[in-house]
Design a protein around this ligand. Structure first.
Ligand code: GLN
Length: 547
């Protein structure tokens, strides 16, 4: 049976609960334990797949095709444990499951209520895979006191009661505001937040306190006294230069020890932190820097491209170089010359995206990179834009475009070099889609195999000819254009195993120009940088050393 750690947040949102959970997962692994991390989100969307990246940040896709919260990305980047569909749930999903059961008659005529039906559904979810790992870390989204969060807090309270004593602990993340005028660190908001928690029957075992300033002993004792925790279980979380310092920083502050103490595990196994020491060393001992332009649409909110940003950082770590990620709004040069906006960068990345807005700018970015021989990595929409660019400007298909944009605007303006994918094979079954289908969960999602051409650039980069990568798209480059495009400088170097779906293209006469239909950024880790990102940054480094 797993031991459970429930992570809640108080005082304000965005304190880094996901990061604290992920770092704790990494520390428990360093002590030799197996872990799994889960996110329980109180919002009413069934999953984040339909939410705008402007609102909710990136959608993180799992191998088994779930569209999940970006915190699952943190979990994977810190623990290397591949997240699953059963690691993320929202109120929307919980209610939809409960209502489905009600319609089926599963509740045998009972009145359906939050307690016990909704809470049972949540508890069943938490319990999935109970016998698989030593520790299950469950993060509750939002902040204590939120109306939507209540069923989740109630469910974890019951869950801890249902399990044998000592099997579950609670960790609460708060903020200690610093009042510069009086030079004080204030503990009252944390006291109130814990009071709120205790009023619904939850007593935290560990307090993790975000703070800009060192926490004086006196304040630590005060927090311990008023919040009913042990002084050594009041853990400080200071701002860090890089998130990847978090495991070492939390270890220094005693978080993993406090957790093991709370479970009364003694003697505690000694931690092996060499992986994180190496990560630390690679961040802090760099030689030079490169600037990479990410030409996208959601550039105001960095979280919209969270995994891309992190994968570029990992690429930098692989090459011991600092990567400056610059966000460039593609829409600005939709109708203008892109050169003034793109000159000076050592590499260009066009990430995934939806809808037509900004796509002419992305096509220009691909053209600029191709013509100027600047390293280019096109991801999903970024690959589709690179293909359309070559089709228009090299193969002479002036009207080349994507059906996605015609569907959006109505009418037919483009030659559909990128078309709406209506049928494909997943495992051993055939998936079928129509234009008017629901938006939620209907894309080509999750891990699919691609076969790479011998002697291609990508086969060299991966050091393999068979790969598995995660997908999230509705549209696809039409293989019918393959011959025409290959005669005109593109190489279709990665295909689905049945040869029908282009997975990777590269420009033949170019130092580094690769477009991929999948999302390699989702699988990159600081201790295991994704080969495409590692080599992309290496190519950028070569450019930087030339100028
Ligand atoms: N909008 C494109 C599609 O659905 C690309 C998706 C993406 O970039 N994730 O195919």
């Amino acid at each position: 049976m797993a031991r459970y750690i429930f992570i809640t947040g108080g005082v304000v949102s965005s304190l880094g609960k996901g990061l604290a959970s992920a770092a704790l997962g990494a520390l428990l692994q360093a002590r030799g334990y197996s872990v799994r991390l889960r996110k329980l989100d109180p919002y009413l969307n069934v999953d984040p797949g339909t939410m705008s990246p402007f609102e909710h940040g990136e959608v993180f896709v799992t191998d088994d095709g779930a569209e999940t919260d970006l915190d699952l990305g943190h979990y994977e980047r810190f623990t290397g444990v591949a997240a699953r569909m059963t690691d993320s749930i929202s109120s929307g999903r919980v209610y939809s499951n409960v209502l489905e059961k009600e319609r089926r008659g599963d509740y045998l005529g009972k009145t359906i209520q939050v307690i016990p039906h909704v809470t049972n559904e949540i508890k069943d979810f938490i319990n999935i895979g109970d016998d698989e790992v030593d520790f299950m870390l469950c993060e509750i989204g939002g902040t204590v006191g939120d109306i939507e969060g209540l069923p989740f807090f109630e469910a974890i309270r019951q869950f801890a009661q249902d399990k044998p004593r000592g099997q579950c602990i609670f960790m609460h993340l708060t903020l200690l505001p610093w009042l510069a005028a009086s030079g004080e660190l204030k503990t009252k908001p944390t006291q109130h937040s814990v009071k709120e928690l205790r009023s619904i029957g939850l007593q935290p075992d560990i307090l993790v306190c975000r703070s800009e300033q060192p926490i004086p002993e006196k304040e630590r004792e005060k927090l311990a006294l008023f919040c009913n925790v042990r002084p050594e279980s009041v853990i400080a979380a200071y701002d860090l230069k890089s998130i990847y310092e978090a495991p070492l920083a939390y270890h220094r502050e005693g978080l993993d020890q406090a957790v093991l103490d709370a479970f009364q595990i003694a003697p505690a196994p000694r931690p092996d932190l060499t992986v994180w020491q190496d990560v630390y060393d690679r961040i802090h001992n760099t030689d030079g820097e490169v600037s990479v332009a990410v030409v996208g649409k959601y550039t105001q909110l960095e979280d919209a491209y969270k995994s891309i940003k992190e994968a570029l950082v990992h690429g930098g770590m692989a090459n011991r170089i600092r990567v400056n990620v610059e966000w460039v709004d593609a829409e600005v040069f939709d109708k203008k010359d892109a050169a003034p906006y793109l000159e000076g960068y050592h590499a260009i990345l066009v990430p995934g995206g939806f809808g037509e807005r900004g796509t002419e700018g992305k096509i220009k970015a691909a053209q600029f990179a191709r013509e100027r021989k600047i390293p280019y990595l096109g991801i999903c929409l970024g690959m589709q834009m690179a293909v359309i660019e070559s089709a228009r400007n090299v193969a002479g298909l002036e009207k080349a475009g994507s059906e996605e944009f015609d569907h959006e605007a109505g009418g037919k303006r483009f030659e559909p070099v990128v078309y709406h994918l209506k049928e494909w094979v997943q495992g051993n079954h055939q998936v079928r889609r129509k234009v008017g289908d629901d938006k939620g969960g209907t894309m080509r999602l999750g891990a699919y195999t691609a076969t790479l051409a011998e002697g291609s650039k990508v086969a060299e980069v991966y050091g393999a000819t068979q790969i598995e990568e995660r997908h999230r798209h509705r549209y696809e480059v039409d293989v019918a254009y393959r011959d025409k495009l290959e005669e005109n400088g593109l190489r279709f170097s990665g295909m689905s195993p049945d040869g029908r779906l282009p997975e990777i293209v590269e420009v033949k006469d170019h130092p580094w120009f690769i477009g991929v239909q999948f999302h390699p950024e989702l699988k990159s880790k600081p201790f295991d940088p994704h080969p495409l990102f590692a080599d992309f940054v290496r190519a950028a480094k070569d450019v930087s050393r030339l100028v």
